[in-house]
Design a protein around this ligand. Structure first.
Ligand SMILES: [Zn+2]
Length: 242
């Protein structure tokens, strides 16, 4: 079992990388779950300075959203995280973001289909949560969790995205892949019809991807960039596949 202090540090790093990438700011949050202790660590809510988050800033709460030590409060949309952590053994890390490109698939009437090789990890597809509201109650959290099912992610209509992973490294990698795919789709669409992969091609791609190997590389690369980031908004961003 990873220690809580290691998880706090990893979670703060993950949040700072998303911030450097322009995918987390005033809104959005990331969490990690320790099944052995049933403790959720989650980044603080709107208003906090995400670029400077440190391990001590992470809020520890139970699966009902109650903070353990009375210090800090989980963000308003905590049910997104807690309901996924509670329902799925493979939902150890969860990100809820409103990233510039991925969110467009929650607005445009256009189904997301993988367009780059790495997005074979989304072979099961990405769900769409169609209700136009924030996920502020346990009931709404459960609804979202059911819509996601066993998939890696959901677009939330007019709102943002939620991504689920087995650890924070996989979460960082898969979220960056989804955002990159959304950006590439948008860019390619300006040239004409977008060539997406078929279901057969995507599942063949999925089998060829060793996410246990690629996710730690993505983590090392982006955490190295983050360590020397000047912490100014809209600076330091690097594309996953430039
Ligand atoms: Zn939100």
């Amino acid at each position: 079992m990873e220690s809580e202090s290691d998880l706090r540090e990893q979670l703060a790093t993950c949040a700072r990388i998303f911030t450097m990438q322009g995918m987390l700011g005033l809104h959005g949050h990331v969490s990690v779950y320790q099944p052995e202790t049933k403790r959720v660590l989650i980044t603080p809510g709107a208003g906090s300075d995400k670029a400077n988050l440190r391990d001590a800033d992470m809020v520890a709460a139970d699966l009902d959203g109650k903070p353990f030590d009375g210090k800090g409060r989980p963000p308003l949309e905590w049910p997104i995280h807690m309901k996924l952590h509670a329902a799925r053994a493979d939902a150890i890390a969860v990100a809820h973001l409103h990233p510039p490109y991925g969110t467009l698939f929650a607005i445009a009437k256009r189904e997301y289909k993988p367009v780059t090789l790495h997005s074979g990890i989304f072979a099961k597809g990405v769900s769409i949560y169609t209700e136009p509201h924030l996920i502020t109650t346990p009931e709404r959290g459960e609804k979202l969790q059911k819509v996601i099912g066993d998939r890696r992610a959901a677009f939330m209509r007019g709102h943002g995205i939620t991504v689920v992973a087995r650890d924070l490294k996989e979460l960082l990698h898969s979220t960056l892949v989804l955002e990159n795919d959304a950006l590439k789709t948008l860019q390619a669409a300006t040239l004409g019809e977008v060539g997406t992969f078929s279901a057969e091609e995507t599942s063949a791609l999925e089998k060829s991807i060793n996410i246990e190997m690629v996710a730690p590389r993505t983590w090392i690369y982006f955490s190295t960039l983050e360590a020397r980031w000047d912490r100014q908004p809209a600076s330091g961003k690097s594309e996953l596949f430039p």
